[in-house]
Write a protein that binds this ligand. Structure first.
Ligand code: CDT
Length: 303
């Protein structure tokens, strides 16, 4: 067996007034607990350093920019890297990234993978941005990812690190089989993803009672059809008046959930994951080289 002990670090709500330093303190509490319980990697959610500001219409550019990180590590996040190095634990962190590239300001919804020496070994910028770009006042809250972020330009990559093949995606990506498949085609054995998912979808309220079901349905199917583990982590609970689902979990290549959060607050969910459990799925049912029929899949990319 190739055991990797994974920790999903679910976060409860982050009030808009909470500082980065205060959030990092919460992340450190979870990291120390995870390390004491033998975790190899701790996975924090999407946009883990702040409240999920795409829920609000923000006109002032300076006010918008303040929600983004311009350096990673930064003064505020450096303690995470230092503690990971000291504890010999890897981590995944979702954050909102502001960079100056090609002579212009660019904003992305980003996740990084950091190894046990505190080095950034993987970076992903969210590709499937949900929501809308304009102000829609009929909604009880906005979903302005299409306004505040550019479509990620790094693709879905898999990295050989910490004893396995690791892939990243972010939130809405998990609902798209294509994202899982692109990672599966690179041999991913461990997918890490974070999410901020409101219980109420103003555009589709009939799915409100199904939010947890659709969450797990997508991720369990993605794991099974690609023979991979996944660690899936929520920012949960009532954040600035908006209830977000929890259900953070660790999913096996069989598609079974092996551990799941019980609360909608800060909570660690842990499991010892045998990466060799991916092998039967990758070599038999989902042996891509033997069984995929790409000559019949063209429409997927042509339309
Ligand atoms: N953060 C993120 O991508 N959230 C979306 C919200 C649903 S869009 C109504 C999600 O797919 O969970």
């Amino acid at each position: 067996p190739r055991i990797l002990t994974m920790a999903a670090a679910q976060l409860g709500p982050i009030p808009r007034t909470e500082t980065r330093a205060q959030v990092v303190e919460r992340l450190l509490v979870l990291m120390r607990d995870a390390a004491a319980r033998g975790a190899d990697i701790i996975v924090y959610p999407e946009a883990a350093l702040t409240a999920f500001f795409p829920h609000w219409w923000i006109e002032d550019e300076a006010e918008l920019d303040a929600w983004f990180e311009t350096a990673m590590p930064s003064n505020e996040t450096a303690p995470l890297f230092a503690e990971a190095r000291r504890l010999k634990i890897g981590f995944h962190l979702g954050y909102c990234e502001l960079v100056h590239e090609g002579g212009r300001k660019r904003r992305f919804n980003t996740a990084i993978l950091v190894d046990k020496e505190g080095a950034i070994v993987g970076k992903y910028r969210k590709i499937h941005l949900p929501g809308h770009a304009g102000h829609e006042p009929w909604r009880p809250f906005q979903n302005l990812e299409k306004r505040y972020f550019e479509i990620g330009d790094l693709g879905w990559r898999a990295w050989r690190t910490m004893g396995g093949v690791m892939g990243l995606m972010i939130c809405n990506d998990r609902r798209w089989p294509e994202a899982w498949r692109v990672l599966g085609l690179q041999g991913a054995e461990m997918v890490m993803l974070g999410y901020n998912t409101p219980q109420h979808d103003p555009a589709m309220p009939q799915t409100d009672p199904l939010q947890d079901f659709h969450n797990h349905l997508s991720m369990q199917a993605g794991c099974y059809a690609n023979g991979t583990w996944a660690v899936c982590v929520a920012k949960a609970g009532v954040e600035e008046g908006i209830m977000q689902i929890g259900g953070s979990c660790i999913i096996a290549p069989s598609g079974q959930i092996v551990a799941q959060a019980l609360t909608r607050g800060d909570e660690l969910v842990m499991a010892a994951c045998d990466l060799d459990a991916c092998i039967p799925y990758k070599e038999t049912m989902f042996n891509f080289a033997r069984h995929r029929r790409v000559e019949h899949y063209g429409m997927i990319v042509e339309r």
